[in-house]
Design a protein around this ligand. Sequence first.
Ligand code: ZN
Length: 232
Amino acid sequence: MMTEFLYLTDSYLFETTARVVQQTADYLILDKTIFYPQGGGQPCDQGSITAYGVEIFINLVRMVDEEVHHYGEITGPIPEHVTCRIDKNRRILNAKHHTAGHLLAGCLECAHPQLTATKCHAFPNEAYVEFKGAVDLQPQSIQELVNQSIKQEIQTKVFEIDLASFENKYYRLPYTVPSNKPFQVLQIGDYKPVPCGGTHLSNTSEIGSILIKKVKTKDGVLKVSYEVCESR
Ligand SMILES: [Zn+2]
C-alpha cells in the first residue's frame, strides 16, 4: 500500500493521526504522513510519533521506494494507531527557504530570459540557486528584485498534472519525470510552474525578506547564495 503524502498538499498540517503499517528496528512506515522526507534540496521534518505513553522522536525521514521511512529510537512494539507531530518552526523555516528559492528562480528567469534555473538547494545557512546562462548581476539588484516580489504578497498554488498535459499547456521539461503518473507542480503567481514535491508557503509575504550573500559566475553557471531574514 502506498503512503499518502499529506505534506504535499498542506504545508501547515503539523499534527495528524495515522496507522502504523510496518515497523522495523530502525523505522516506521505509516498509512499517511506529514513528515517531509529529505530530498529535492530540502531537509526532512523532525518530530514525534506517540501512542499510549510511547513516544518516539523522529530525527530522520527518508523516501525509500515510494515509502516514507520515519527513523527514530524504536525500543519496542508500537501500537497501530499513533499521533504524529512535526516541529512547526523547522517546517516553516524550511518552507521559507524552499519557497524563496523558487521565487528567486522565477524572478531572475523573468527578468533575464537567457537564464534557466537548474538547481535549488534550500538548506538554511547554505541555500543557493544555480542558473544556466551568464549574466553579470549585482547582489543588491537581485535582492531588491526578489524582495519586491515578496512584498507583492503573491499567492502560490500546487496542483497535480500529468506530463503530457503539462508540456502541452506550459513548456517542455528540460529533465525527465515519470510519465506514467501525475506529479505535483508549484506555481507562484504568473511565474513559470515547476514540478516540485517540496513544502511551500501559500503566499510570498510569509518569506519575510531575503539577503543575497554571494553571486558567482563560473563556466556559464550563475550561482546565487541567499539567506532568509525574519524582518519584512
Ligand atoms: Zn518546491
